[in-house]
Design a protein around this ligand. Structure first.
Ligand code: ZN
Ligand code: ZN
Length: 178
């Protein structure tokens, strides 16, 4: 099992490295960084000044980075949305997922920057979306990484770890290559 990490558009390489290390810890597999791909112009909604997460995910899946049973995580620093939602932290498909770093910085909320908090949030969102690609649904345990979060405070309540119910399901998902 390996996870491929793809920056989409301009993303700080230092943050990509930090995410690579934290995902290697969170999952039992290799995390392989790949070259960045551009943001698809078709995903841009100029009126909202946001990118359609579905279109970005589709673009990622067509980028040719996926092979075998690998999971692909795209990371972008632009704001993502879905029609009918103000924003999303991330989105998962069957084997591909994408997260946005845009709303994970303290500065977004008018607070002093805290790189530790930012990286924890990035890991939580990345593990959550990858969890979906292993077949996991949302979990009711508020501390489980698979809990749905709609606000940054909900992201901060949960940690990057799977609860005892979800953890074996990830292993099962890894084994079947689902
Ligand atoms: Zn989710
Ligand atoms: Zn859980």
């Amino acid at each position: 099992m390996s996870i491929i990490l793809v920056p989409i558009g301009k993303v700080d390489p230092v943050e990509m490295q930090a995410l690579q290390a934290s995902l290697a810890t969170a999952f039992s597999g290799d995390v392989v960084p790949k070259k960045k791909i551009p943001l698809p112009a078709t995903a841009r909604n100029t009126a909202r000044d946001q990118y359609d997460a579905e279109v970005v995910l589709e673009y990622l899946s067509l980028s040719g980075e996926i092979g075998g049973c690998d999971r692909v995580l795209g990371v972008t620093d632009v704001d993502l949305y879905l029609p009918g939602m103000n924003f999303v932290f991330g989105l998962a498909g069957r084997r591909n997922a994408v997260i946005s770093l845009y709303r994970l910085r303290q500065s977004f909320y008018g607070l002093p920057e805290d790189v530790g908090v930012f990286r924890r949030r990035a890991t939580v969102e990345a593990v959550h979306e990858l969890g979906h690609t292993f077949g996991l649904a949302h979990c009711d345990d508020p501390r489980c990484v698979m809990r749905f979060s709609n606000t940054i405070s909900e992201t901060d309540v949960k940690g990057p770890a799977f609860c005892p119910v979800c953890r074996p399901r990830v292993r099962a998902g890894e084994a079947t290559g689902r």
